[in-house]
Ligand binder design. Structure first.
Ligand code: ZN
Length: 106
């Protein structure tokens, strides 16, 4: 009886440390079969990013979805925000006679 209860609890318990397999996708990163440990004993997984970059990522960070890309995701977001900021700023800017952009006073 007790054994059955333990067995049912074990099955129902969430799998906390899911094993990462080659081919698993974490947003832009795709895990390969290559694994190593760093000097702290942390498991690192070699991943290929959808942009073409690759590198070693901590498996715990991949599982927690803290590692989404090689860094290009954050870079793309930064560029996107910069473009939007420029567009917003350009609405209040006129080109001066010397060819330089000047903020319009109104
Ligand atoms: Zn990338």
């Amino acid at each position: 009886m007790f054994d059955q209860l333990v067995a049912s609890l074990t099955v129902a318990a969430p799998r906390k440390s899911r094993e990462i397999r080659a081919g698993d996708v974490f947003t832009r990163l795709t895990a390969t079969a290559e694994v190593m440990k760093d000097s702290y004993g942390t498991r690192l997984r070699f991943c290929v990013c959808s942009c073409g970059n690759d590198g070693w990522f901590r498996e715990s960070q991949l599982r927690a979805e803290n590692s989404k890309s090689c860094g290009c995701y954050r870079r793309d977001r930064a560029i996107e925000m910069l473009v939007k900021a420029r567009e917003a700023a350009s609405k209040n800017v006129v080109r001066g006679v010397d060819g330089k952009f000047r903020r319009q006073d109104n």
